[in-house]
Design a protein around this ligand. Structure first.
Ligand code: SAM
Length: 116
């Protein structure tokens, strides 16, 4: 394990409301989807894991594990990581309409060009 992605577990409706509030305050929202019903909101009280970027050739993997009737998001290494190397994992975001697509800047040889 490298680090845990910490934050508050929110149901979709609450997460959507929070996201709009953050946007209105010009604040970047840091959220990790647990499943189709809930997300972890790391915007106000997250760990440094919230700053980990996406890569199409990642050195880490993010896994949702059930823990004492709740969830934990565990970031683990998927290969040897050299000193100074940036941590990254595959966000595995679902497809969105063309207006909301985010170009991927991971720069790896097999980059899929989009995050979502
Ligand atoms: C969890 S944040 C990661 C930390 C963020 N880079 C920062 O500086 O706060 C996720 C956001 O970072 C950006 N991002 C992460 N990985 C990226 C990538 N490979 N290419 C382009 N943007 C990326 C996207 O805007 C994404 O929505």
């Amino acid at each position: 394990m490298v680090i845990e992605y910490l934050g508050h577990v929110l149901r979709n409706e609450v997460a959507l409301r929070k996201e709009l509030q953050y946007k209105a305050k010009n604040r970047t929202a840091f959220m990790f989807r647990i499943d189709s019903d809930s997300v972890i909101d790391a915007t106000c009280s997250g760990s440094p894991a919230r700053y980990i970027n996406h890569s199409c050739s990642p050195n880490c993997v993010a896994e949702v594990v059930t823990f004492e009737r709740g969830y934990k998001i565990i970031i683990s290494s998927s290969r040897r990581i050299e000193k100074g190397e940036e941590l990254c994992y595959n966000y595995k975001l679902g497809p969105v309409d063309s207006q909301n697509k985010i170009p991927c800047l991971c720069g790896t040889a097999n980059c899929r060009k989009w995050l979502n």
